[in-house]
Design a protein around this ligand. Structure first.
Ligand SMILES: [Fe+2]
Length: 322
């Protein structure tokens, strides 16, 4: 049922700087670069009684969600009820409205379930959202919370964390997104903890993990992963496979990297029919076939993950930021 849309990366011309500025204007908390001392006065010399500044503690933030969510008659109602009792910011990992991301599917399937959390939702698009040209209903439905219309990538701050939502549906993202990602991460080089999310996994033991038609998408995602790894990011969340799978920290080429690797977690468990696992891929640590949501607790220097299935055993753990 999966349908992929990709092509030449150069098809889209977006000026990275301009987009970064627009994305900044549409985010929850913008921490874009270019800060200046301002004021225009002479040097400020602290007096002898100036107190030592104490860093303001940043409390943990909750970031909760899943991908592959709303098909009428599916389990999105059940996962939406899980969200009802969990505060914080909601993410989606694409394929928000099945099967074609139409206006009717957003109105009739997504809105009555996850729609009641839309105001606190930061989405990312999937290939099914692009089943309607340009994913126009997706951008209309989520509005400013989806970043610059048509681009599908943006970033924001959540507590002490830098969060990046990316678009793996090339060519709608393409080379411009990679340039923007490098600049965005450079602007936040002093932020210790970074999380990114998009739709298509790079690593997966599911049925889409090795199909040839999606090889260009995996290659594109690998470039995003490589840029994030070089920047020291901790987590990548993806969907597309209708199951839960957690990998050990790896490089973009799938080499174990306990010290600096990125932990990729597949959470395509939002409500559409589940997939069976295929052959287990290297460095896959946990696989669960169940609907549910992933709750992340993001502290200033570490994170905890809790996959909460609507029935059956889940998956929990924690790790320090790099
Ligand atoms: Fe998908």
């Amino acid at each position: 049922m999966t349908r992929s849309r990709f092509g030449r990366f150069s098809d889209i011309r977006v000026q990275a700087l301009g987009l970064a500025v627009v994305a900044c204007l549409t985010t929850v908390q913008c921490s874009g670069g270019g800060s200046s001392s301002g004021g225009g006065g002479g040097p400020i010399v602290p007096g002898p009684t100036s107190p030592t500044p104490t860093p303001t503690p940043v409390g943990p933030e909750t970031f909760v969600g899943a991908g592959d969510i709303a098909i009428c008659g599916g389990n999105a109602d059940a996962t939406a009820r899980q969200l009802d009792s969990i505060g914080g910011t909601v993410f989606t990992l694409g394929d928000n409205a099945y099967p074609s991301g139409t206006r009717d599917e957003f109105r009739n399937c997504y809105e009555p379930s996850w729609g009641r959390h839309k105001a606190r939702t930061r989405p990312t698009p999937g290939n099914h959202d692009y089943g309607t040209p340009g994913a126009a209903p997706y951008y209309e439905y989520f509005g400013a919370n989806a970043g610059f219309p048509g681009a599908g990538y943006y970033s924001f701050e959540l507590g002490a964390w830098h969060i990046v939502s990316l678009n793996s549906n090339v060519p709608d993202a393409g080379a411009a997104q990679l340039a923007w990602l490098r600049a965005d991460l450079a602007d936040h080089a002093t932020t210790r903890c970074t999380l990114a999310y998009w739709h298509h996994p790079i690593f997966s033991s599911g049925p889409n993990g090795s199909i040839a038609s999606e090889a260009p998408i995996r290659a594109y995602g690998r470039e995003m992963f490589r840029i994030l790894h070089e920047a020291g990011a901790e987590l990548v969340l993806v969907g597309h496979e209708h199951q839960y799978e957690r990998f050990a920290p790896q490089t973009a080429d799938g080499m174990l990297d306990p010290a600096r690797g990125i932990r990729q977690i597949v959470v395509g468990t939002g409500g559409v029919p589940l997939y069976d696992f295929q052959a287990t891929r290297p460095n896959s640590e946990v696989r669960i076939k169940a609907h549910g949501v992933m709750k992340l607790t993001l502290s200033s220097d570490r994170y905890q993950w809790d996959f909460l299935p609507i029935s059956g055993p889940g998956d929990s753990g924690s790790a320090a930021c790099h």
